[in-house]
Design a protein around this ligand. Structure first.
Ligand code: CU
Length: 184
């Protein structure tokens, strides 16, 4: 009995000691897991010099639609501003950078951004629904959810970079139907 209790006390002490290391391990593992789960599995990014292009994506378009939109987040870690000036893709005869905004009558409008999108030094620009976006026109191929299509971005200073747009299924996010009615 005495031996037993001493042995179990020893076991408890040892397991308590071990659990500290284990806890650290579990904590580290949990943090990794949380980090992994907080980023969508399909998240992907591309680098070009000081520029970082995060998760280019496009939403699946309804049957009969003639244009598709592209979105991404561009970070500029450099000390000088750069500009996204043009974009091409084998799936589209033509691609433009567009800007969406609400006019004085409260109507959503969009127009091509001829001078390109400035990515400020140390800054970030999000191309997203309702704001700047890429418009893929004269589609040769209809982007299907779950696939990725290639595209080349050209920046004024950094030059060209090949990226892939991940096509996502339609969701409840604000849609891009404005383009279907105005034709891009
Ligand atoms: Cu557009």
């Amino acid at each position: 009995m005495r031996f037993f209790s001493r042995a179990s006390a020893h076991a408890i002490a040892r397991s308590r000691f071990r659990s500290i290391e284990e806890r650290i391990g579990i904590l580290a593992f949990s943090l990794m897991l949380i980090f992994a789960l907080s980023r969508p599995l399909w998240a992907h990014e591309f680098k070009l010099g000081d520029l970082e292009i995060g998760h280019p994506w496009s939403r699946e378009i309804p049957a009969g639609a003639k244009v598709a939109a592209g979105y991404m987040v561009i970070n500029n870690h450099g000390a000088a501003a750069d500009r996204l000036v043009s974009i091409t893709s084998p799936i589209a005869g033509k691609a433009e950078v567009h800007e969406m905004s609400v006019n004085s009558e409260g109507v959503m409008t969009m127009r091509p951004v001829t001078a390109g999108v400035e990515i400020p030094a140390g800054g970030e620009v999000a191309l997203k629904p309702g704001a700047f976006h890429i418009m893929f026109m004269d589609l040769k191929e209809i982007p299907k959810a779950g696939v990725k299509f290639p595209s080349t971005l050209t920046f004024e200073k950094a030059g060209k970079v090949d990226v892939e747009f991940a096509v996502e299924a339609k969701s409840n996010e604000p849609d891009h139907s404005q383009h279907q009615t105005t034709g891009g």
